[in-house]
Design a protein around this ligand. Structure first.
Ligand SMILES: C[S@@+](CC[C@H](N)C(=O)[O-])C[C@H]1O[C@@H](n2cnc3c(N)ncnc32)[C@H](O)[C@@H]1O
Length: 265
């Protein structure tokens, strides 16, 4: 993406956020984990081409400053949640980035975990990621379960902005599948839509009426890809996830999605 797509102010903000969050990440890895960052975590050469980014997320992420800044903020949120629930990521040998896209977040687990797995349904996206990050175990997965992993394989499974795109009718099957592959006592964290952030332009009446009969709202459904945007009430999230996991918390994040933090029963 060319820099003339952005206003000078926007470019300045992305650059500032990248530098700021990079320092936070580097300090966290040094002081908490005694690890150094790898070039995959900060070098522009590892930013994917714009056309691939546009397949799976907002196209402005293809700008290196936006790509890295948002990935730093997001991975720090997941690491903070694990640590707040007394989970040491260094003890998580096997982790899965479910719906990994271009590996924007998987790369940050490489210095911390011995086996980083990542899967996605988009073949072109997975092909680029597998070529670019050969030490991560990428797999193309199917639109519906099962995933290509054995039962109780993972200490930690996370899905960033994935359950936000799964039809309500498929959510239960995917939750059961995440439960199948997570070790007892293991952790899962999934991001979900925070209506105060991603639906803040909806009027109150439209928002409220959409929830009158249902426990969720789906919009922008694409027949071809079956992709959708879904907001589900916290009560409904807990009802579905509680069948397999303890819901430890649903945490809000500044200007981003909420995270459902789960421990496998
Ligand atoms: C908004 S992108 C987020 C990508 C990545 N998690 C990140 O934060 O950079 C959503 C991703 O979920 C993937 N996805 C959607 N439904 C999926 C499913 N049923 N199984 C695996 N991946 C899925 C899409 O292909 C897409 O790459």
């Amino acid at each position: 993406m060319s820099s003339d797509t952005f206003s000078p102010l926007q470019l300045k903000i992305y650059a500032e956020e990248r530098a700021y969050s990079f320092e936070l990440l580097r300090r966290t890895y040094r002081e908490r984990f005694n690890r150094e960052l790898m070039p995959e975590q900060y070098a522009d050469a590892f930013v994917p081409p714009a056309d691939l980014v546009a397949r799976i997320q907002s196209p402005e992420k293809a700008h290196p400053d936006c790509w890295f800044a948002t990935s730093y903020q997001t991975i720090l949120a997941y690491l903070g949640e694990l640590s707040d629930h007394s989970v040491d990521i260094l003890n998580c040998s096997s982790v899965l980035d479910f719906g990994c896209g271009l590996g924007r977040l998987s790369v940050h687990l490489q210095p911390l975990c011995s086996d980083v797995f990542a899967c996605d349904i988009d073949d072109r996206v997975i092909a680029w990621a597998a070529r670019t990050f050969p030490s991560i175990h990428f797999a193309r997965s199917a639109f519906l379960p099962p995933l290509p992993y054995d039962d109780v394989s993972f200490d930690f499974v996370f899905g960033n902005s994935v359950f936000t795109h799964i039809l309500y009718g498929h959510q239960e099957a995917w939750i059961a599948e995440i439960a199948r592959i997570t070790k007892p006592g293991g952790m899962a964290i999934m991001s979900v839509i925070d209506p105060n952030v991603q639906m803040s332009d909806w009027g109150f009446v439209a928002f409220d009426k959409s929830l009158v009969d249902e426990k969720y709202i789906e919009w922008s459904f694409d027949e071809r890809t079956q992709n959708v945007n879904i907001y589900m009430t916290g009560k409904e999230q807990c009802r579905l996830w509680n069948r397999h996991f303890s819901v430890l918390e649903i945490r809000s994040h500044y200007n981003d999605q909420c995270h459902i933090v789960l421990r496998k029963i």
